[in-house]
Design a protein. Sequence first.
Length: 585
Amino acid sequence: MKEGYQKGNWKAFVHLVRQTKPSAWMLSVAAVLSIFSTLVSLVVPLFTKGLVDSFTVNDIKPVQIVLLVVSFVVSAISGGVSIYLLNRLGQEVVAKLRDRLWKKLLKLPIPYYDNHRTGDTISRMTNDTAVLKGLVSEHVTGFFNGVISMVGAIVILLLLDWKMTLIILAAIPVTAAVLVPLGRVMLHISRRLQDETADFTTILNQVLSEIRLVKASNAEDRETEVGQKAIQGLLRLGIREGKIQAFIGPIISFVMMGLMVLIIGYGGLRVSSGALSAGDLVAFILYLVQIIMPMNQITMFFTQLQKSVGATERIVNILEDRQENVSEGKTLSGPIQTIELEHVHFSYEKGDTVLHDISFTLKPGKVTAVVGPSGGGKTTLFSVLERFYLPDSGVIRVGGEDVSEYSLQSWRKQIGYVPQESPIVAGTIRDNICYGMDREVSEEELKHAAHMAYADIFIDELPEGYQTEVGERGIKLSGGQRQRISIARALLRNPQILMLDEATSSLDSQSEVFVQKALQNLMKGRTTLVIAHRLSTVVDADQILFIEKGHITGRGTHHEMVENHAMYREFANQQLRIADSISQG
């Protein structure tokens, strides 16, 4: 980690908060009011002392009562305003931090999401930032006010009666000797609770997002058991946390009551002997409260600080991860030229090589089909071309120039990508077709794209048409409908490069015919790379690449491949048999 972000260092937390640029005036006013409120509360026992002593001489002065009431009111108002400002400051800090995290998450490359569970990432965004907010808005003031209150009370008590003060001070190290170890145990439990909560969030995200798979697989009992284990883990940690709190609360109460009894007993003797006034004794009792109560605040501050250090580590790990700079590089514009892959090798992190020495050329306006057994690396090839992943070695050139010289934004803008799984976002059909467009799309453009993809056939039949809500991940639409919306989205972008990954895989025979015609019209004048298992998709391709286990084992036209490539010939014959059986059926 960079300097200032060292693991386990509270300075990393301070540095992270400072980067959100919290309001200096708001922090200053809150701090001043908080300190002022604490100082006023230190004066209140002195007023009370004077008031009590006045009873003995039967000479209560109105000014004493007025000053006491004013002290209470001023302390309450100052404390209330301080709490509001600090809470608002904490909310603004966490909002800016979440905004920064959100922007970072959107710029992280695909490999990051391959290696991190979605639930963990969500927990970093929600739970960990909330921990930081709690420290900023609640515990920081409690700590500083507690220190001021304790120091101020002890100084005043020493001036009033140093012998009784030493009795009080003797109890502080004894109490701390018990509370500090308990605080460390609480810290360990709290950090485990954060991790367990992140794991539980992951389980919720995973199961609920695939609830149909769960039900279709009769896996309710299995997932119930998994969820119950996580819930029981949280329960056990929660109970352990409760046990520690059950010790801390009574210990503080015990010490406080013991000191109260001691001070009242010993102080009563000194009052009766005339060494101490009744007002002094009352002041002692009030100051005793102002010493004991902050001890709990200070303990909670250090526990929360350690939790925040742990949360900071996880947040910083995300913020320091390598991100994509989508605008860095030259802008790719004008007609797309020849695309060349030269000796490209690629492997996923800590995995076997997926693409071996891939070299081929995509001519402008020509169609290249990629075929081969499942798991051969076809979709990975698309991901490398899309620049979701960087090649381990080799180069991709556009018009003779390395594609990395161009910005990701301008490169991806040239590509119309129709993936195999037809991703749909929650929202309306219009939202999905127009997704990612950087300009306002007219109704005419929208309907033309839908018509070209033959999506208008089912959209026009829907009661709300293009304003129909598709549900989470497009669950209200059939597979074929989702695929046609995905194709319409690519059509609307009017790309120069088409990448079709099994673009017709989810369509029925009738829809496939329509969409195939639409795709053929779309391919005219565009550089097209298409993955397909169906022979009808590739027979008219200008070039066919056969990929097996990451190697290109054959290339040529359909007729050349049938004559020269045994596995392709078997693939073609199998497809013809399937077509014959369908036509006979």
